[in-house]
Design a protein around this ligand. Structure first.
Ligand SMILES: Nc1ncnc2c1ncn2[C@@H]1O[C@H](COP(=O)(O)OP(=O)(O)OP(=O)(O)O)[C@@H](O)[C@H]1O
Length: 314
């Protein structure tokens, strides 16, 4: 029944979303007809009033649009990033098929990797490292050094380059990006993304993940219902959005996770606990970050030979 009502309302507003505008116009015209200056109502004065009223209401709509501009921009930002990544992946797939990455069950292995952008700008050469289960590694480097680029290579989005290059990654590898994508859907869907939330099956695991990242208040706010829906990008703060993204890693528990500056908007005093949560559930992070406290949470630091990064002077 709930689904029927939801579908009905969605269809109704999609088809008739301009009804309120026409109601508003009728009311405005009625108002214009009644409130004419001395001399009585005439079509000319009514139309004049109507146009005056429309000018004012259109200006108000303009002001309203301006005030909602920053949040609209934030929404567009994460969507645009995803679209760009999709476009890059499609371009690579159509022109230059990247050689398939090797598959390894228990570790990430990178040997002699040359890191380069799609337009052939070399960012680093000879990258060699491996990440084993329970041996997290931290990669630091200045802005533009190529940390996200490395994540893209490991996910198979960017081509691997280099003589004798070999890159193998486990199937169970996922990413928590800096700017998370919030899926349209209910609260449960946000935690279980990319899979749809299935109440009976996912509720207790999703609740555990949500609590671990300190977002239990979202469930309380919706009176314990996972079906709450809203424009999540507008309602959740930047830090909350990043915590939601981390909760997905805790929900799905891949063997390895790429954490790409994924706590940059989280309050500093909570960050360390969040990283602990990830390792506590048996997920091994490969972290890309500038955060100063992070070295103590990782068993390995990226090898110093990585200072060949093109942008390291920055
Ligand atoms: N699609 C692309 N096409 C061309 N160049 C790109 C592309 N994406 C990123 N770059 C460039 O590659 C370089 C490395 O970018 P990357 O995002 O990996 O840096 P980063 O080390 O993650 O930086 P930050 O610390 O700011 O997140 C940058 O100079 C960037 O402009």
């Amino acid at each position: 029944m709930q689904e029927f009502t939801y579908n009905f309302l969605t269809e109704f507003f999609l088809l008739y979303d301009n009804l309120p505008i026409w109601f508003h116009r009728l009311i405005s015209f009625n108002f214009a007809w009644r409130n004419v200056p001395t001399g009585g109502a005439s079509p000319a004065s009514a139309v004049q009033n109507y146009l005056y009223d429309r000018t004012i209401s259109m200006s108000l709509v303009g002001v309203q649009a301006l005030t909602s501009f920053p949040s609209e921009l934030a929404k567009m930002d994460s969507r645009a990033t995803r679209l760009l990544e999709l476009r890059e992946a499609l371009e690579l797939a159509s022109h230059e098929q990247p050689p398939p990455l090797g598959e390894s069950h228990s570790k990430i292995v990178v040997r002699n990797l040359t890191l380069a952008t799609p337009n052939q700008v070399t960012l680093a050469e000879g990258l060699t490292f491996q990440v084993e289960r329970d041996s997290p590694i931290l990669i630091t480097g200045p802005n533009g050094a190529g940390k996200t680029a490395l994540a893209r290579v490991l996910l198979g989005l960017w081509k691997t380059r280099g003589a004798d290059v070999s890159v193998s990654v486990p199937r169970a590898l996922s990413i928590v990006p800096q700017r998370p994508y919030l899926a349209p859907g209910c609260l449960g869907d946000q935690v279980t993304y990319p899979k749809r939330f299935v109440g009976d099956q996912d509720a207790s695991k999703a609740e555990e993940a949500l609590k671990a990242v300190g977002l239990e208040h979202l469930l309380e706010r919706s009176h314990g219902s996972w079906d709450a829906r809203c424009m999540w990008e507008e309602v959740l703060s930047g830090g909350e959005q990043q915590r939601i993204a981390l909760s997905r890693a805790l929900f799905h528990r891949p063997d390895f996770v790429l954490l790409d500056e994924c706590t940059s908007m989280v309050a500093a005093d909570a960050e360390e606990r969040l990283y602990d949560c990830v390792t506590a559930v048996g997920v091994t992070p490969l972290t890309m970050s500038q955060r100063l406290f992070l070295p103590k949470l990782h068993k390995q630091l990226a090898p110093s030979s990585w200072n060949v990064f093109r942008a390291s002077a920055g």
